[in-house]
Design a binder for this molecule. Structure first.
Ligand code: NAP
Length: 248
């Protein structure tokens, strides 16, 4: 049996592309989703059709008991957990900071930061050799917004991704003797449905001209970096970042 890999938010976008690619390389994938069951089922079906193994599991990553249950389910169904991709993420309507309310900060940080912390914690409990596990690999999905700051659009989202970068550095060091590597991918402008949440349907076209490569990336281009960091080919990489952003 292949090693188990949990990918949060894997029904759509970058998570879905990562699930499909990871399954091709032999991972047994748990496709977590939040609301869109149909999309998650479709990812599973594609993986089964290509001869891979995948299961779906509904959980809100911001909810502690749901995350605990997610990992317990994965541990039972996948025999051993060897990887986590902290991919689930969200953003809200583009605006300047003075127009945002506190409830929005709670929502964005709950999914992007608390969700990643909870999932990483559970992954450590199952994967660390300190706790009887076999070690493994965590890949956090950050954003170039952590570097650029998201001015005039979503400095809250950018700050949440800054937290993910800090988590990656700290946890990589904390877990180096637990045989768990922790790395991050910082995607740039990627052609997925997340941009619809910004309220600007033309966002991808509007921003593409500012990217050195003059185009958005695809979810599969990001998935290639994530799956490489998960793999043993990245065996000496921990606490590091791949900016998959067309030079931006
Ligand atoms: P997407 O197409 O909108 O997909 C987001 C996924 O996250 C969906 O599968 C969604 O589940 C899931 N999700 C959202 N909230 C969740 C929650 N509370 N619990 C569990 N799952 C949840 O977005 P994407 O572009 O692929 O983004 C994936 C990651 O890449 C995010 O962390 C995002 O910040 C990051 N990123 C994206 C870009 C970009 O340009 N696209 C750039 C930089 C970074 P449902 O399908 O069930 O709704």
């Amino acid at each position: 049996m292949g090693q188990g890999l949990i990918i949060t938010g894997a029904g759509r976008g970058i998570g879905a592309a990562t699930a499909i690619l990871a399954a091709k390389t032999g991972w047994y994938v748990l496709v977590n989703y939040h609301k869109n069951r149909q999309a998650a089922e479709s990812v599973c079906e594609q993986i089964h059709n290509q001869g891979g193994f995948a299961m779906i599991y509904q959980a809100d990553v911001a909810d502690e008991s749901q995350v605990v249950d997610l990992f317990s389910f994965a541990n039972q169904q996948l025999s051993s957990i060897g990887g986590l991709v902290n991919n689930a993420g969200t953003l809200e309507t583009s605006m300047r900071l003075e127009n945002m309310d506190g409830a929005r900060f709670d929502r964005v940080f709950a999914t992007n930061v608390k969700g990643s912390l909870l999932c990483a914690r559970e992954a450590v409990r199952y994967m660390s050799v300190r706790h009887g596990g076999q070690g493994g690999s965590i890949v956090n999905v950050s954003s170039v917004a952590a570097r650029l700051g998201g001015p005039n659009e979503y400095v809250d989202y950018a700050a949440s991704k800054g937290a993910i970068d800090t988590l990656t550095v700290g946890l990589a060091s904390e877990l180096s003797e637990d045989e768990i590597r922790v790395n991050a991918v910082r995607p740039g402008l990627i052609d997925t449905e997340i941009h619809q949440l910004s309220g600007d349907p033309d966002r991808i076209n509007r921003i593409s001209k500012y990217i050195p490569m003059k185009r958005p990336g695809s979810a599969t281009e990001v998935a290639n970096s994530i799956v490489w960091l998960l793999s043993n080919q990245a065996s000496y990489c921990t606490g590091t970042f791949i900016d998959c952003s067309g030079g931006r």
